[in-house]
Design a protein around this ligand. Structure first.
Ligand code: DOR
Length: 449
C-alpha cells in the first residue's frame, strides 16, 4: 500500500496506551499503525521525539458568528479567526455555541452557518442549536440535522438572550428528542433574587459571590431531577463547584460532565486581584476548594470532557467596571499549552488528556470518525513537544480581541503540528492554508430517508 503520509517514529497516544510507532494515512484517514519504514509514502513526517495525540477537540467555543446580524466581526472574533486560533493551538475540531446575534435556533440559521463554514473554517466545526421557549416543538428535528453536536440550553442567563429557566419548559425540552442535551446550569431565579448584590458595583470578586455555589448547585439539582424523570441524557457544561461534582457522580447513568481549563488553572481571589475583569466568566472562577475538587474529579473519572469556553469580548467590554464587565474568557488557542503544563506538572497523563479532549467529547456528543487514533478514523493529530518550554504571549493570539488571561504563563509542552484529515495545517506556529475545515459529523444525524 502507498500512503499519502506517514508519521514516523512518534510516541503515539493510542486508546490502549502509548506506543512508539508509525502511522500511515490514506485519503484523510488512518490506514495503518506499526513499522512502516519499508512502505511507500508520498510524504514522511519525522515525529521522533514528539508525542502524537488524537486530534484534540474543544467542545465549547463561542466564535461569535454572526454578530449583530453580520458575518465575520473583525474586532472581536469570527469563524475564520477563531478556527485559525484553534489550529495554532493544536485543536482539530471545535463545537461552536449558538448564543450569537441572531442566535442559532432554527433550521434556516443553521443552514446559513453551515454554508458559511465552507472555505472559511481552518478546523472542523460542530454546531450547537439553542433551545428557546418558542422552538421546543422543532428541537427533535433540529437535533437530527447534519453537523449538529447538541441542543444547548441556557437554564440561567449569560451572554446573549437564550434562556429556558422554568421546570415546565425544561421538561418539555427534555421530552422533545433523544440526543444528549447540553446545559448551562445556573438557577435563574436565584440569580435574579441576588441581583441587589450587583446593583452597587464593587470588586470583580463579587461576581463569584453573586453567581454563588448554591446558584450552580441548585441549577444542577433541578436539571438532574428532570433528567431522571424524563430519562433524557444530560451533559452539564462547565461544572464549577465541589458540591456539583460529588452530586453528579450519583447520576453517571444519565449525566456527563464538562470542566473548564479555567477552573482547573485559576483560583479566587488571586485571579480577580491579578486579572480584574479578565477573570470574569460564568460560572465564575471560585476558591481553591472547588479547584481541588475539579482535579479530584479529573483523577477519579467523574469528568468526561475538558473544554475552554472560549468566549471573546472586546477589551473595552472586559474593562468596564463590575458588574458591567462582559463575562467570558478567550481560550481555544491556549487550552492545549495550558493542559500540557498540567501534564508536565504531574496532574494528569497524556492518555487522560486524550480521553478528556478527544475520546470524551466523541463519546458524549456522538462525534463520527474522530476522537481516537485507530484504523479508519480521520487522520487528525495534535503533535506536541513535551520538551518545549514557552511563554504564552498576547502577540501569539490570533483572535482579534487580542488578549488571553494566560499571558505570561510559562508552559512545559507546546503543540508543534496540527494535522487535519491528513493535511498538516499548522507547523511551528504557522498556519498552512487554504482553510480546509469541514462541518463535523455526528452519529445518527443528517440521515436522509
Ligand atoms: O462567561 C461566559 N461567557 N459564560 C457563558 O455562559 C457565555 C459566554 C459568552 O458567550 O460570552
Amino acid at each position: 500500500m502507498i500512503f499519502d503520509l506517514v508519521l514516523v517514529g512518534g510516541r503515539v497516544v493510542l486508546p490502549w496506551g502509548e506506543e512508539t510507532t508509525d502511522i500511515g494515512v490514506r485519503q484523510g484517514r488512518i490506514a495503518a499503525l506499526g513499522d512502516l519504514s519499508r512502505a511507500g509514502a508520498e510524504r514522511r513526517l519525522d515525529c521522533r521525539g514528539l508525542h502524537i495525540l488524537p486530534g484534540l477537540i474543544d467542545a465549547h467555543v463561542h466564535l461569535r458568528d454572526p454578530f449583530n446580524g453580520v458575518w465575520g466581526d473583525a474586532q472581536v472574533e469570527s469563524i475564520p479567526t477563531g478556527t485559525k486560533a484553534a489550529i495554532l493551538g493544536g485543536i482539530c475540531t471545535v463545537f461552536d455555541m449558538p448564543n450569537t446575534s441572531p442566535a442559532i435556533t432554527d433550521s434556516a440559521r443553521l443552514a446559513e452557518k453551515r454554508a458559511y463554514l465552507s472555505g472559511r473554517a481552518w478546523c472542523d466545526v460542530g454546531l450547537y442549536v439553542g433551545a428557546t421557549k418558542r422552538n421546543i416543538a422543532n428541537l427533535a428535528a433540529l437535533e437530527a440535522e447534519a453537523n449538529v453536536c447538541a441542543i444547548k440550553v441556557f437554564a440561567g442567563s449569560s451572554t446573549g438572550d437564550l434562556l429556558v429557566e422554568d421546570d415546565a419548559s425544561l421538561e418539555a425540552v427534555m421530552r422533545s428528542g433523544v440526543r444528549r442535551v447540553c446545559y448551562h446550569s445556573e438557577d435563574e431565579y436565584r440569580l435574579q433574587a441576588r441581583a441587589p448584590l450587583v446593583s452597587g458595583g464593587g470588586p470583580h470578586a463579587l461576581h463569584a459571590e453573586w453567581r454563588d455555589v448554591e446558584t450552580a448547585f441548585l441549577g444542577t439539582r433541578r436539571l438532574m431531577a428532570l433528567a431522571r424523570k424524563t430519562g433524557r441524557p444530560a451533559h452539564i457544561l462547565h461544572v464549577s463547584t465541589a458540591e456539583e461534582l460529588s452530586y453528579l457522580a450519583e447520576f453517571r447513568d444519565i449525566a456527563t460532565v464538562e470542566v473548564l481549563v479555567n477552573h482547573l488553572t485559576q483560583v479566587a481571589p488571586e485571579a480577580y486581584e491579578r486579572l480584574g475583569g479578565y477573570a470574569v466568566m460564568n460560572p465564575p472562577i471560585r476558591d481553591r476548594r472547588h479547584h481541588d475538587a475539579a482535579w479530584a474529579a479529573i483523577a477519579d473519572g467523574t469528568v468526561d470532557v475538558v473544554g475552554s469556553d472560549h468566549a471573546p469580548h472586546s477589551r473595552e467590554a472586559k474593562e468596564r467596571p463590575w458588574p458591567k464587565t462582559a463575562a467570558g474568557l478567550t481560550g481555544v488557542q491556549t487550552i492545549v499549552p495550558v493542559m500540557l503544563e498540567h501534564v508536565s506538572a504531574g496532574r494528569l497523563s497524556l492518555s487522560r488528556l486524550a480521553d478528556l479532549m478527544a475520546a470524551g467529547p466523541a463519546r458524549v456528543y456522538g462525534l463520527a470518525g474522530k476522537g481516537r487514533i485507530a484504523a479508519g478514523f480521520d487522520a487528525d493529530f495534535t503533535i506536541v513537544d513535551m520538551g518545549a518550554r514557552r511563554e504564552i504571549t498576547e502577540a501569539w493570539i490570533a483572535t482579534p480581541c487580542g488578549w488571553t488571561p494566560f499571558a505570561g504563563m510559562v508552559v512545559r509542552g507546546w503543540p508543534r503540528m496540527t494535522v487535519l484529515r491528513g493535511r498538516v495545517v499548522m507547523r511551528e506556529d504557522e498556519v498552512i492554508g487554504p482553510p480546509s475545515g469541514m462541518p463535523a459529523r455526528f452519529v445518527g444525524t443528517g440521515v436522509r430517508h
